[in-house]
Design a protein around this ligand. Structure first.
Ligand SMILES: [Zn+2]
Ligand SMILES: [Zn+2]
Length: 265
């Protein structure tokens, strides 16, 4: 156990004061005490994800219950561990470490999903910013064995969106059959998910990226590493993909936009 000096008794957080509406409120919250296996993190950065809007407005049909009033949102947070709970002495993280909090805040580690390595669909998962207080606050609790260590070379502002948007597109790229050197088509390549997918696919995984988006996104998409940019508002994107790939087409297509038209293609 241990902590870094005196912590304030209260701190600021942002809550959904009227779930169902677009409405937030800054409130004072009581400092929580890390329980067994938990760490207390002083957050410095949080991403804002489109899913946060769905949770706030109760528009996410797949979630089991409406959001509670007073819930702290957010699920892409980075900060430093300032207090260790009982039983964390042997964990891989320690006081002062910079760590991240993800959409899935905690897993059980013992259900069939966890035991088969699919902890992302743990039957007993806790979701940050839904029924577990999230990252739109100055302090948050997380399990010592499930917070994500952030490498020293990665700034916190760049690390925060990796914890949901980054991992979402990385997972999709890994699960697609595409390998280094293969062409991949990214629909919505200049968006929140798309601009990360373009960088991860091209620079991180050595794939050849064809980015499709509206013309205003061309510079961004090319800066992110796309070899080919196609403006979907002009002409025939399918034909342009065939042309760019010498008639072969791409190994994988990722839809990274919420537009139904992109899925219908
Ligand atoms: Zn998210
Ligand atoms: Zn589980």
């Amino acid at each position: 156990m241990g902590s870094t000096g005196d912590l304030p008794k209260t701190y600021k957080g942002v809550v959904y004061d009227e779930p169902g509406k677009v409405s937030t409120k800054i409130v004072d919250l009581d400092m929580p005490e890390p329980g067994p296996g938990e760490v207390l993190i002083n957050l410095t950065h949080s991403g804002v994800c489109h899913s946060d809007l769905g949770v706030m407005t109760n528009r996410w049909a797949g979630l089991p219950a409406p959001t509670q009033a007073g819930q702290v949102g957010g699920h892409e947070g980075v900060g430093k561990i300032v207090k260790m709970g009982p039983g964390t002495e042997t964990s891989s993280v320690k006081l002062g470490d910079r760590v991240g909090i993800k959409w899935i805040s905690a897993i059980c580690g013992s259900c069939p999903a966890c035991l088969s390595g699919h902890d992302g669909v743990c039957f007993n998962q806790k979701v940050s910013g839904y029924y577990t207080p999230g990252t739109f606050q100055q302090y948050v609790l997380g399990p010592a064995n499930y917070v994500t260590p952030v490498p020293e070379s990665l700034p916190s502002d760049a690390a925060a969106p990796m914890l949901c948007a980054g991992v979402t597109v990385y997972s999709a790229l890994r699960k697609s059959s595409a390998k280094s050197g293969d062409w991949v088509v990214l629909l919505g390549a200049g968006g929140g998910l798309g601009h990360l997918a373009t960088q991860i696919a091209s620079r991180g995984m050595s794939m050849r990226v064809i980015g499709i988006d509206a013309g205003s996104k061309e510079d961004l998409v090319k800066e992110c590493g796309a070899e080919v940019f196609i403006d979907h508002t002009k002409g025939n994107a399918e034909e342009e993909v065939k042309k760019a790939t010498g008639g072969l087409g791409a190994q994988a297509v990722l839809v990274l936009t919420a537009s139904n038209a992109a899925y219908a293609r």
